[in-house]
Design a binder for this molecule. Structure first.
Ligand code: GLC
Length: 676
């Protein structure tokens, strides 16, 4: 297997060589040629175009602006390094770079022999102790084998969508819907930065985050993974998240991880909120509502974009996002100037073939692979049995033009070069012990607490809030004391679990937080008239379609719902109201929940939305006791009835359920009270 220079520094090309290379690249149509960086001190005042900013060199026709704060990246030197590596690669090695294999399907011998471009965590089982040090040791072993095999480090990827929450010991932040309620780009950027460092400490280089969905139908189980219902919110916070994850544009920073803008484009627009369903809005609405977050994110040059599972009904035809040339090559790469690489969703390329008659998933096919790669897919996340072999054989069949394969590999290698994975004997390709020591640091704990405080939304208050510290308080609802419930999906396991405690999720529950801040708080089921009661009512953790309204949970005989009375804790709420208590309702959910009993609205002294707060339940107590005021605002319109869904601001006439008449919603988008 050819070894590649893994310890030669970035090429110190002379200016003349740079110019020649630049001309060559221009001839290749690589507009990435912007002249040497301004740091090129040997230039005798030669002309040349201004230095490249922000790594977005050579944006396409509609290329994005660059972040003026981003470091200047010498794209010519990067391109030269990429060519140097690419030029020595065989077709087998190039197609292996386009392959992301799941952890449980690869051994160190396999990594050494095949040199996969990436390895990711797909399934649930972990054949090793789930702690940061063991993660780091395990992933470093795979990395070492990969480099021994071909000298091209792999990227290890994981769904660190609200902290590196699969790795026990990590700081778990509020899910995106709660961050949407904060509206605070600086906070979100700081969270991205903290998550990046905790990932690199565990040996992880790439995260499948943030979700840039504009969630328009709360029946969608993944509403909690998006920042909200408007392109403005998703644009502002998604861009900030990417900036934080990617070190403000410096991917070579040891704490930076490659980000993934997902799920491209319009995953929050499916009819009925059905996960991976069908989007029926037209091109104009897609461009007005769902594309802007990707356009905005280009300023931060996301390393990757993940096309969505769903289909877009356009021009009378259904188009799978994973094989849609107009969406990928056309909109994303040419019009938005995306310079990173497209990573498929989990076997999404195969899923474009639909299912067999018996409902089973059809395997990869030459047609699906060729159509997807030619449409702009650069790497596939492959998990099904036999999938890797099929994917590779179809890539190597000769059916796909060599220059398309080379372009995909260039895009992938460019990110690895920008991350510095080839430099200094590939030291950056391995876990970082200093960053590992900062996992669950006091700084990160405080940041998570701040995020919870700022995410809370006060919906109604008869004056009972803020509570006095010595107020006698009874707390009811099983989820008041469940770390797993307050963390939600994508925590330790795919679906998460309301059975997780502090052994799985670092931090404290809402109950523990209330007992730490207040002096007279108890969990109690015996309620009498006049008691002050905090009732926590929350959604069961779920991921993907298992959270869609009406869908059965994956692991339990329960059903997801957008209705409040279907949630755990509701019976305890009703009992407290019936007993004549003064009730503060705390809703812990990934989306607005329809409150169908008017007595709840009439009789609750206060109602607070806490979203899915993650590690720091104490953040809720900080605000309920008045140490911090409410600042959160609703990132979603709160429907008054189930039948009103979908109901959003800036409704487009071709969106499902469009109702030209104004709708009497319960709480409008942007609503939120405070103590002032
Ligand atoms: C899933 C999700 C995607 C996730 C990927 C890897 O199907 O759609 O968000 O990043 O698989 O877990």
């Amino acid at each position: 297997m050819t070894r590649y220079p893994t310890n030669t520094p970035a090429p110190n090309l002379s200016r003349s060589a740079t110019t020649l290379l630049c001309l060559a690249l221009l001839a290749l149509g690589n507009a990435g040629c912007q002249g040497a960086s301004s740091s090129d001190t040997d230039s005798p005042g030669a002309g040349g175009s201004p230095p490249v900013q922000g790594g977005n060199a050579g944006a396409g026709a509609g290329g994005a602006a660059s972040d003026p704060e981003a470091p200047i990246i010498d794209e010519v030197a990067v391109a030269a390094r990429v060519e140097e590596i690419l030029s020595g690669m065989t077709l087998e090695q190039k197609t292996a770079q386009m392959t992301q294999i799941q952890f449980e399907d690869v051994t160190t011998d396999g990594a050494r022999a095949e040199c996969y471009g990436s390895i990711f965590n797909g399934g649930e089982e972990l054949p090793f102790s789930n702690d940061p040090a063991t993660w780091a040791q395990t992933l470093d072993g795979l990395q070492q084998a990969t480099i021994e095999g071909c000298g091209i480090p792999m990227l290890y990827a994981i769904d660190a969508v609200h902290g590196n929450a699969k790795v026990i010991g990590s700081t778990v932040f509020p899910h995106e819907v709660g961050l949407g309620a904060t509206g605070d780009a600086d906070l979100v950027e700081r969270i991205g930065r903290a998550v990046g460092g905790e990932c690199r400490g565990a040996g992880i280089h790439w995260v499948f985050a943030p979700t840039l969905a504009v969630a328009r139908d709360e029946r969608w189980g993944r509403t909690y993974e998006s920042f909200g219902e408007t392109p403005e919110l998703s644009s502002k916070l998604g861009t900030a998240y990417i900036k934080g994850l990617q070190g403000g544009g410096d991917l070579s920073d040891p704490a930076s991880v490659a980000a993934t803008a997902k799920h491209y484009v319009g995953d929050g627009a499916t009819t009925g909120g059905i996960n991976a369903g069908v989007v029926e809005v037209g091109d104009a609405t897609l461009r007005a509502i769902h594309l802007p977050p990707y356009q905005a994110a280009m300023v931060q040059n996301p390393a990757s974009v993940m096309p969505s599972y769903h289909q877009w009904f356009r021009d009378g035809q259904l188009h799978y996002m994973s094989t849609d040339d107009y969406a990928l090559n056309g909109l994303l790469k040419n019009e938005l100037g995306f310079k990173g690489f497209c990573i498929s969703d989990y076997d999404a390329v195969a899923r474009t073939r639909g299912n067999a008659a018996d409902g089973s998933q059809l395997p990869y096919s030459q047609d699906a692979v060729s159509t997807s790669v030619n449409a702009g897919m650069d790497m596939a996340m492959v998990a099904m049995d036999g999938g890797v072999g099929d994917w590779l054989s179809y890539l190597r069949s000769g059916a796909i033009p060599q220059n398309r394969i080379d372009d995909a590999v260039r895009r992938i290698l460019r990110i690895k070069v920008l991350m510095g994975l080839f430099d200094d004997n590939s030291s950056k390709a391995f876990s970082n012990a200093t960053l590992r020591s900062q996992i669950w640091s006091q700084e990160h704990q405080d940041l998570a607490r701040e995020a919870v405080q700022k995410s809370l939304v006060l919906l109604q208050n008869d004056g009972i809030l803020p509570l006095a510290k010595d107020q006698a308080i009874k707390v009811v609802g099983p989820y008041a004391d469940s770390m797993g419930a307050q963390a939600g999906g994508w925590t330790v396991s795919w679906q998460g679990s309301d059975q997780y405690g502090t052994s799985e999720v670092m931090g404290e529950t809402i109950l523990a937080g209330l007992m730490a801040v207040g002096s007279n708080v108890a969990y109690s089921s015996s309620i009498t008239a006049g008691d002050v009661v905090i009732a926590v009512v929350g959604e069961r953790p779920s991921a993907e379609e298992f959270g869609d309204d009406g869908h059965k949970a994956r692991d339990t005989n329960t059903w997801a719902s957008v209705r409040l009375h279907k949630q755990p804790g509701y019976a305890e709420l009703q009992a407290a109201l019936t007993a004549g208590a003064r009730v503060i309702l705390v809703i812990m959910s990934g989306r607005p929940l329809v409150i169908e009993d008017p007595a709840v609205l009439a009789n609750c002294s206060a109602i607070v939305e806490a979203w899915l707060p993650g590690s720091r339940g104490i953040g809720v107590a900080d605000v309920l006791f008045g140490d911090v005021d409410f600042t959160g605002k609703l990132p979603h319109t709160w429907p008054r009835t189930f039948e009103q869904i979908p109901v959003n601001v800036s409704k487009q006439s071709d969106e499902p359920g469009y109702d030209a008449a104004s709708t009497d919603v319960l709480y409008p988008y942007g609503y939120g009270l405070s103590y002032q």
